[in-house]
Design a protein around this ligand. Sequence first.
Ligand code: ZN
Length: 484
Amino acid sequence: MTTVTTTPTERAYEPVIGLEIHVQLRTQTKMFCGCALSFGDEPNTHTCPVCLGHPGTLPVPNAEAIHFALMIGLALECELAPRSIFHRKNYFYPDLPKGYQISQFDVPLSRSGRLGDVRVHRVHLEEDAAKLVHAGASGRIHGAEASVVDFNRGGTPLVEIVTEPDLSSPEQAGEWLRLLRATLKRLGVSDVNMDEGSLRCDANVSIRPAGTATLGTKTELKNMNSFRFLERGIAAEVTRQEQILRGGGEVEQETLHFDPQTGALSSLRSKEESHDYRYFPEPDLVPLAPTQAMLDRARAALPELPAARAERLERELGLPTDTARLLAFRSELGDFYESALGADGATDPATLASWVTVELVARLGDVDPVESPVSPEALAELVRLVSARSVSGSAAKEVLDAMAAGGGRPEAIVAERGLGLAGAGELEAIVDRAIEANPDAVEKVRAGTGKAMGAIVGAIMRETKGRADGGEVQRMVRERLGLG
Ligand SMILES: [Zn+2]
């Protein structure tokens, strides 16, 4: 056991964390032109004068992107602006051929929402920049290491979601981002793939003396591309800020990069202020004023969202919180579970849920169960066989192995492999043999040593290859020994 002693000068600090998430929308075409969205295609094959920023071209907003952005605003319980404005965010960088990004500034699409315990500050619509590829030593031009630009990504519709600083630990930040990801996935508006960059997360981190209300100076951690890096990066930054403050220094407002390989944080640049971007209203676009029909359509497109689903599974079916969340956050598992439950009204919801979230997941990993040979009806049937004591739990796991490998119905597999529960007649003979073969254990059981029962039951389970019910076997042994 470790004891933590705190000297009066060593104050306890608490982290204050907010997240900024960029979500690439899964539309047919880019935000302001007709180029197709692509990922992994030959570089610079999805471009046109609009997304390459040629002079004289004009942007045309993508109706599908606006529809998706409205769905996100509604799903995050935001207030939707009756009239929001596109702005030009000016900066010079090779990934931005126009010299500005079309984004939203003081009048975003929506604001003041909530997801779970975290308030959402704002949600706005913008376009993605192109992708800079650092070619390194292999891509030398005139002797210098080269970076090249792939404009396929330039102009992809993006929604930026900014939270209030309501998170207070790295783990809580990771957990909330998982809920957001599950929500966006359920909406069907994005691939939400962190590896491929369709979901990108920055974290604003500051610390303050525990129990106080003022906010400390924050730093921004850029582009965490996995849940694990997000949690590790925030933890490293909290530690760094604590060391600075304890050493009597001051945290500087800056943008940082977390290297997941070394665990080191490095400064990218001092943080820009919004005036550095010289925002001004985009003169080529009218304000975005959603009609009632657009709002109705976005509302009608909302499915049951993960937070609501987890709550319903827990409340209506009595599932444990963790199980309900797993089923709701991985909606393909939830869909499989609910369709198995519907296939067999007699199945106990909690038992079935455990077979889906523990046994099936152990066999399928991340594979969507719909793509697997196991059908919801077949799993429900297997669980019913176990509940009806037609097959033992361990034999049922063998049946599920077979189903996961090659499909099939449980009853047929049980019959084919002789996995049915041993009948009373067969079991009696086996019990007799086990008692005869284990005289020492029998003596100990008679003398009241409970543990010795294990040796006898174990022998019986081995002989039946697990096709017996442990409780029933114990009962039979005790009866045989006259211990009733
Ligand atoms: Zn284009």
